[in-house]
Every structure is written in C-alpha cells, then in structure tokens.
Design a protein around this ligand. Sequence first.
Ligand code: F6R
Length: 609
Amino acid sequence: MCGIAGYVGPQSAVPIVFDQLRRLEYRGYDSAGIAFPQGDRIGILKRAGKLSGLGEMLAQETPESHVAIAHSRWATHGAPNDLNAHPHYDQFGQIALIHNGIIENYLELKTELAREGDTFQSETDTEVAAHVIGRLHAQGLSLEEAVRQSLAKFRGAYAFVVLSAREPGTIVCARNASPLVLGFGEGENLLASDVPALIPWTRRVWTMPDDTVAVLTKDGIRVTDVNGRPVEAEPEEVTWDVAAAEKGGYEHFMIKEIHEQPLVARQCLAGRLTDDNRVALDGVFSDHVWQEIDRVNIIGCGTAYHAGLMGKHLFERMLRLPTDVFYSSEFRYGDPLLSDRSLAVFISQSGETADSLAALRLCQQRRIRTLGIVNVVGSAIARECDRVIYTQAGPEISVASTKAYTAQCLVLLQLGMTIAQHREMPGVRVEEVVRDLRQWPERVVEALGLEEQVKRIANEWADSRMAFFLGRNADAAVALEGALKLKEIAYIPTQEGPAGELKHGPLALVEEGVLAVFGATDPFVREKLASNVKEVQARGGRALIITTHDDDTMDGVGDEVLRIPGGKTPYLNALMSVVPLQLLAYYMARAKNLEIDMPRNLAKSVTVE
Ligand code: F6R
C-alpha cells in the first residue's frame, strides 16, 4: 500500500517523480525517498516524515538525471525512520530498490545472506530483496534477468522497482499481487502504484498482470512473464479526472476500500502462516505468557470495539478463555477489575484514539500486559503497548471503516490460534482453521460478486425508515458492525444485536417500512433465526437474510436471501457476512445521494476525549 513512482525520458526526472509522489500524498505516508543514477553509482535521498521533508532536501539541490524512481512508505516492517525509508541499496551499492507489499520469507533469506557476509542497514524486508537481486546482478546477470531469477526466491505479495548503476537508462519492475501501473508516453515512460501519479504525464496506462516483469527505457516498455516470454501490454486511455483517479476509478474511497479486502486479507496473513499450517506471529510474547493468561480484556471504540466482540466470541467459544470487551471510554473511567495474569488487547486502526490511549495507560499503571492490534505503524498505541501486531490493511481514507475491521478480525483469529498452539487445546483444530484462513482472500473476491444483487436491494429499500441488524452468536457481533455502517453513512436509525432479544422489546418498533437484516451463517441456530424472521414479516417488516452458499433452508424464508462463500470455521463465515453488509450500507447511502466518505459530524481519527 506504499506509493511508487518512476520516470525515464528527456525531462529532469527527479522533480517529476517527486510530483508523482505528491499526487499520492493524501493517503498520509510516513517517509519518502528517491533514487537516480549519478555518474557510476546510484544516488539516494530519503527522509522519515511527511513528503515535505524530502521536498526540503530537494529544494537545497535537485539532482540532475533523466531516470528516477521514488517511494512513499506506509510502514509494515520496522518503524517509520530514515533508515527504513525506501529506496534500499544492495550489498554492493550497485542497485537501488523500492517495494510495495510484504515478502513473507524475508527473515529466512536475511539469515542466509548474513551467513554469506551481507550486512543490513534497516529492518525492512525490502533491503533483503535488494540484496538478493544485487547478488545475482553482481554475478553478471542483466538487471532484468537478476530481477526475474530472484522472483522465484520470494514468497508474498510485492511490486518491485529497481535501478542499476550499470544500466543507468533503464528501470526494471516486477509485480505479484501488489498494484503497479505502467504509463506509456511519447519518448518518455512512467510507472506508479496508482493511476493519479501518472495522468498529468500520460493517460495511456496499463496495469501489470501478476507475475510479470517490465523494462522501461525512454524508447519503450517491454513486458515479459517470469519465464521471459513476451507479454503484450494493452494500454488503455483513462478518462478519469484527478479526483476519480485517486479513488482508483471508484466513486468513493469507501467502495474502493471494500474492494481492497482480498488484498488486505492476503497482506494481513502474509508471513504469518507456516507450511505445516500453524500460525507464526512475529514479535509477540514468549511462550510462557500464553500459558499464564487467565483472562483477556479487549478494549476499543466503534468498529474496533465490534472487532473486539468477535474476539470475545472466538476466545470464549473456541479457547474457553474468559474474555471481556470494553468501550475504551467506559474502561478508563470504570475502575475495571483486572487480574495480574490478564492480557489487555487494544484494537485501533489509527492507533491515536484518545480514549483507547488513556485506557492503555491505565493498564500500564496497573502493570497489566498489553498487546496492540493496530493499523498505523509507529502510532501512539503501537508505540506504547508492550507488544503489537499490525493489521497491515494499508491507509484507510473513508471515515467509515471497512478493510481495517476485517483485518482486525483476521488478526484476532491468528492471535487465538497462537494461544491455542501454546495451551495444548486438543479441541481446537489449528491446521483446519489455517487452511480456511488461506482460502479467505479468494472467498472475499466471491463475496464481492454479490455487489449487483446488493445494489438492487439497496436501491429498492433505501427508503427504509429504520433497519434492524440481527443474528445469533458471532452473527450478532457482525450485526453491530453492519448497523454502524448504515447509520454512519446512510443516516438510517438502527436497532442491532442478538435476534433472540427481539421479542423482549425491540419488536415494538417493527412496522411497515422497516428493514431487518439477519445474519444466518451459523447452522446451529438457523431454525431459531427463521422464527425471528417470521416475527418481523408478520408485522410488515422486510427481511434480508445472509447465509452460507451451502444452505437452502432459508430459501423462501426471507424477502431476499444473499449467499456468501463459507468454509469450516464458523467465525470466518460470520466475518464474511460483513462484506455484503458493507455493500448494503454503501449502496443505500448512494441511493440517497449522500456524502459517503466524510459523513456528517464524524472524523476519521478521534484524538479528543
Ligand atoms: C466506524 C469507525 C469508528 C472507529 C473508531 C475507532 O466506521 O471508523 O467507529 O472505528 O473511532 O477508531 P480507531 O480504530 O482508529 O481507534
């Protein structure tokens, strides 16, 4: 999710690639850098912090070159500082590399290289990749061949862009899963991670397919597959204006981010699942801590709190580990009962939410172990927790959170499996869960295939006066998140929670014009849920049911039924149902012609109490 830029042509390249980065700046990157051929070496300028820091360096002296690559970092490995900023040199200082994505096996590669004498300046996976490519290049392979042959050594999602001092008129790039777009100009060529960084220079763009390598010179772009066979590029003319281009051609950031979820899931799992189907989380507590914990307290606000409810369901149902979930604002003023052996888990996308930070400091005063599940690397909560697991969801711009939520829930599942691995829990089938996790990103792609159906339903029901979101077990937890999305952006009042509670009060609100959405992914309680559906319909309400693809018991029960792909892990099936719920909220708000990315009265990061 980092920003990538590159230019080769007759113009002065450094100001151009800097300008390309500026066009991606709205995402709030944490460091930036530029590489360019300079005599018989490659020059690098880089700096932590906002892009303006790099701008100040360039203002003092702009290097003259007709080729340059640039990167703005959204940290995943290592803190956002000068050393970890891209580009990175190889061991011989002959090549410079920038990278978007995660190399899952970078630690193994780093150990191998260190054994051969390589030393590293940063904590990044990117520098390891630079060394791998650099070694092949130093053995005499062309830069293109060195990149191609090194790809077989990397596991994970990546987009690489490389310069070599030996081939100063050439940029080589490669892609697997992380975005990389080529820009075809007249006597000049460009590349970028996203279209907005290309359109001031060319509107002829082409997104590189997975497992391809491209060589850019001023005269042309040549694309090949990983075996060196030619691949024909088919540039298209983009007609988007700059604002649309920032959203990847989508109308809003929210829908773009909903669609990013398969990639986010891949990134969130990258490097954390082993070949023998176990979970290997980096940098968490040592083994004995997992055995000691007697209780988990999960703390967060809004969507993060809802992810916490999923965590509670998981830890209690699967691990039999007592778990409480607190709103940060209640926790900090609530004089909570905390056992010395408990673990406090703080969930936050921004890592800066004031109430969550205050709750964290309270735990520290009480000497309780703290673990952060955070998206923004180097944020306050990430820094202050004893340990942190990053969600790796990339920058989230839409105020209504979508991809951060799914990533938080995936991390909770990985955390749960880590605990299970250390507590000898024969009832928990870690291998089965991990196999299911691996398939999750592809299943999200399938779930997104419901978009047209959801859009039709949303258009038909956008006039709903009120909406209920109901479920049982984990579906009840997801119901809360579905309701929050709808009220945040479509301004429709909602009532949400366990379906069994309906007739204890909320049923009084059901009448004509009320919509009820039921999560029915859990087969053990479906029959019960079907009676709740009838209760709503008998009073004039309309019912939408979300169930798994293998279930036909709900056919004819609801007014509409959506089938999502399911697997063996009930937790993951419930989580999948959030995808159509996000789409429903989005399309209902759109049908009402509302401002979606910045809903009234709300802010993305709540740094006030
Ligand atoms: C809802 C939403 C908010 C945040 C909440 C916590 O869509 O985005 O409810 O989840 O403000 O923010 P973080 O996760 O940054 O601590």
